[in-house]
Every structure is written in structure tokens, then in C-alpha cells.
Design a protein around this ligand. Structure first.
Ligand SMILES: NC(=O)c1ccc[n+]([C@@H]2O[C@H](COP(=O)([O-])OP(=O)(O)OC[C@H]3O[C@@H](n4cnc5c(N)ncnc54)[C@H](O)[C@@H]3O)[C@@H](O)[C@H]2O)c1
Ligand SMILES: [Zn+2]
Ligand SMILES: [Zn+2]
Length: 399
């Protein structure tokens, strides 16, 4: 049986590439399955969601194999897999979903009811998401393969666009979902909090959806410079000028039509002093302030039910000091949760193949080897304007 290697979480701030088991056709509960495939991993990306775990801000256990953003080639399939063939190139939605439960039938694949005994929602290589082995590895198992996988059309053409297509497993659908749930349409003015890969993907999605103007805010000037170079307006929240004033300086009014939180619970405060420390409700409160009445706020940024590293007792349980009354008074709609990737990935694949969106360039894709993964984690954590994509078999350079 072939060997396997993967990126393993070893405690706060520490990941290492280690030998791991080659995938078996069985679920994490040890039941044999026939609906799965084993993939040779073609690309697998490091995500801000991984960093929450690696920074010790979740209850992730040491020994977890990381990686939920996976593109791969089918090399083995169970007898119940009908629509995929050996050799197919596929994009893996980060959600593990059964395709059979009420949530899946209603397209809410981010909260599948059967793949995780502890709560709704499954993912690869993620705390509290059902113990599915992560894909920052050479090989990985994907269950319910016919339902979950998106087959990439032409192999050669797909490999030409692989730096873009690798974003289909999470950040592009997630950014798009953020923009859609914020109500972005032709002519919208949009504010996106966070200039990380998800924020930039939301900004690019807003552009695709026809937004008139997209402002990206962050406390990290290097990431803002990158966002500016990609053609977005920026708000520098490490400065003392309040967000609504920065928006007014750009738009002539202190509000936008649509807002997206692409930051989550590790948000920093605003202003010179504020940006030095964490203030988990900052983004949500500021978005209610700057979104017009009856506007929508898309919240792909991740919030947790347990945060052992939080500063106060309430935040340790995910309770934040949110000025909900303001959102209520303004008739805001708020949309939260894991992205149901499958709802969008096919259309976004088409947008990539027909050059409607240059997502790799917008998010700053940088390809690294599996052995360079720990370094990638370190640089990403330091806030470089890059999206690290691991190429475990050296297939990018071959393409
Ligand atoms: N809902 C989903 O399905 C889903 C999927 C993927 C990622 N996520 C989440 O989306 C968030 C962003 O992911 P990412 O990979 O871009 O992470 P990231 O950590 O690279 O980016 C977050 C950015 O937010 C900035 N920031 C901090 N405080 C801020 C503030 N007050 N205002 C504006 N910007 C601020 C940081 O400087 C950083 O650049 C994370 O919470 C991640 O877990 C959710
Ligand atoms: Zn991700
Ligand atoms: Zn399901």
C-alpha cells in the first residue's frame, strides 16, 4: 500500500509534515464505505480558517491532519460511485455532505445532518467537523463522491487554470456567498472587511456581480496595498480616521449598500491603539453602522462556540458584545455560517474558464511544495498578501 504524508497540527504555532496513513475506504466512525473515492491531491490551500486552529484559538487536538481546500485526481473509487472515473480531475467542496439529509436536499450542504455526530456540518481536517482526515497531504478520501465532487472539464485546460481553479474548494465560493448574501448587484456600493484571501475573493465576486464600487478595509497596510493594486478602494483601519469617515471621503456619504465580514472572531480594534489588540465584535458593530437601512450583511468570517484563547469569559463561549439593537433599528439582514460551496462552484468554474474572474492574481496565489507548508503557515500568519497553495506532487510545474 502506498505511503502518505500530510501537514499535522502539533500544538499552538506548530505544524509539521509527517508520514500519515494512506486513506482507507471507511468513514471516521470506522464503517466501510463504497460511495467514496481516493484522490491524488493536485493542490491544497492554506486557509485563514486553519490559522484559527494553529493559533490555538479552537479546541483542535494535537495530531489533527489539516487541510480542507482540495483539488485532486481520482485514483480509486468505491463500487457505489457511478459518475466519476479513474483519472478525473475534481474540485472538492470543503464541506463534507451526504446528499441525502434534509439540509443537503435544501442545498444547505454546510450543515449536513449526518456526516458529523457532534453537530451539523462536516469538513476535512477541521476541529468539530466530524473527524474527516485533512487533505494537506499526498492522498485523501472523499466520501459521497458523486454528490460532493465537481468534475473539472478538460484536463489540459484545467491544468492551465489550476492556480485559479484551486480557489473553488473554498475561498472563491465563500467570497461569492458573502457578496450574494450581502445583496450585491449591478451598481451596488460594497464594503468588505478584511483584505485576506476571503475578503479579496468577496471583493472580486462583488465586481463579477456588477458592483459599482468596492472598498476593502484592513489593519494591515501591506494587504491594503495589494488590494489597491488589484483595483479596489481601500480603508486603512490602523489609522485613526473612523471607517464611516473614510467611506464618506470615498463615496460622499458614510454608508454603503452592502457589507461583508471576511474577518471573523479574531478581529482587531480600529485606530492606532485599537489595532494593537483584539476586539471580536468590532467588525460586526462597524458593519451595522456603515450599512444603509434595509441593507444586508454577509458574514463568512468565522465565529466559534468555544475560544479557549479569548480575553474575557463571555468570548470564551463565543458571546460577543454586539450592538444588535442598531442592526434591528436599521432593518438589517445578517447571513452567517459555513459556505454551501456546491451552490456556487460550477458557475464560478465557468467564470474562471471563460476569463470572467482572475481570482489567483487577486488573492496572490503562491505555489509551494508540501515540505514548505510550515513556512507557508508562518508567512501567512504574519499577514503577507498571499494565498499559499501546496503542490504535493509537483504537478503545477509539470503543467
Ligand atoms: N464561512 C466559511 O465557510 C468560511 C470559509 C473560509 C474562511 N472563512 C473565514 O473567513 C475569514 C477570513 O479568512 P482569510 O483566509 O481571508 O483569513 P485571514 O486571516 O488571512 O484574513 C483576515 C484579515 O482580517 C484583517 N482584520 C483584522 N481585524 C480587522 C478589522 N477590524 N477590520 C478589517 N480587517 C481586519 C486581518 O488583518 C487579516 O488581513 C476567517 O475567519 C476564516 O475562518 C469562513
Ligand atoms: Zn478554507
Ligand atoms: Zn446531508
Amino acid at each position: 500500500m502506498a505511503d502518505n504524508r500530510g501537514v499535522v497540527y502539533l500544538g499552538t504555532g506548530k505544524v509539521e509534515v509527517q508520514p500519515i496513513a494512506y486513506p482507507k475506504m471507511q468513514d471516521p466512525r470506522g464503517r466501510k464505505i463504497e460511495h467514496g473515492v481516493i484522490l491524488r491531491v493536485v493542490s491544497t490551500n492554506i486557509c485563514g480558517s486553519d490559522q484559527h486552529m494553529v493559533r490555538g484559538r479552537t479546541t483542535a487536538q494535537v495530531g489533527l491532519v489539516l487541510g480542507h481546500e482540495i483539488t485532486g485526481e481520482v485514483i480509486e473509487k468505491g463500487s457505489d460511485v457511478e459518475h466519476l472515473q479513474i483519472g478525473d480531475l475534481v474540485s472538492v467542496p470543503f464541506n463534507v455532505a451526504c446528499g441525502r439529509c434534509r439540509s443537503c436536499k435544501e442545498q444547505h450542504t454546510g450543515v449536513c445532518l449526518t456526516v458529523n455526530p457532534a453537530r451539523a456540518g462536516g469538513a476535512y481536517g477541521y476541529v468539530d467537523m466530524g473527524d474527516w482526515t485533512g487533505g494537506q497531504a499526498e492522498y485523501v478520501l472523499v466520501p459521497y463522491a458523486d454528490f460532493n465532487l465537481l468534475k473539472l472539464p478538460n484536463r489540459d485546460k484545467a491544468m492551465e487554470k489550476i492556480r485559479d481553479l484551486t480557489c473553488l474548494s473554498d475561498i472563491l465560493p465563500t467570497g461569492y456567498h458573502g457578496a450574494v448574501t450581502a445583496g450585491v448587484g449591478p451598481g451596488s456600493s460594497v464594503y468588505v472587511a478584511g483584505a485576506g484571501p476571503v475578503g479579496l475573493a468577496a471583493a472580486a465576486s462583488a465586481r463579477l456581480l456588477g458592483a459599482a464600487v468596492v472598498i476593502v478595509g484592513d489593519v494591515n497596510p501591506t494587504r491594503l496595498a495589494h488590494a489597491k493594486a488589484q483595483g479596489f478602494e481601500i480603508a486603512d483601519l490602523s489609522q485613526d480616521t473612523p471607517l464611516h469617515e473614510q467611506i464618506a471621503n470615498l463615496l460622499g456619504e458614510p454608508e454603503v449598500d452592502c457589507a461583508v465580514d471576511a474577518v471573523g472572531f479574531e478581529a482587531r480594534g480600529h485606530g492606532h491603539a485599537g489595532a494593537q489588540q483584539e476586539a471580536p465584535a468590532t467588525v460586526l458593530n462597524s458593519l451595522m453602522q456603515i450599512t444603509r437601512v434595509a441593507g444586508k450583511i454577509g458574514i463568512p468570517g468565522l465565529y466559534v462556540t468555544e475560544d479557549p484563547g479569548a480575553h474575557d469569559a463571555a468570548a470564551k463561549l463565543g458571546s460577543l458584545s454586539i450592538r444588535f439593537g442598531l442592526g434591528w433599528a436599521k432593518s438589517h439582514s445578517l447571513h452567517t455560517g459555513q459556505t454551501p460551496v456546491m451552490k456556487y462552484n460550477r458557475q464560478l468554474m465557468q467564470a474562471i474558464m471563460w476569463d470572467r474572474i482572475n481570482i489567483a492574481e487577486v488573492v496572490g496565489v503562491q505555489v509551494i511544495s508540501l515540505d514548505q507548508a510550515p513556512q507557508g503557515y508562518g508567512e501567512f500568519d504574519a499577514g503577507v498578501p498571499k494565498k499559499f497553495v501546496i503542490d504535493p506532487h509537483g504537478l503545477f510545474s509539470a503543467a
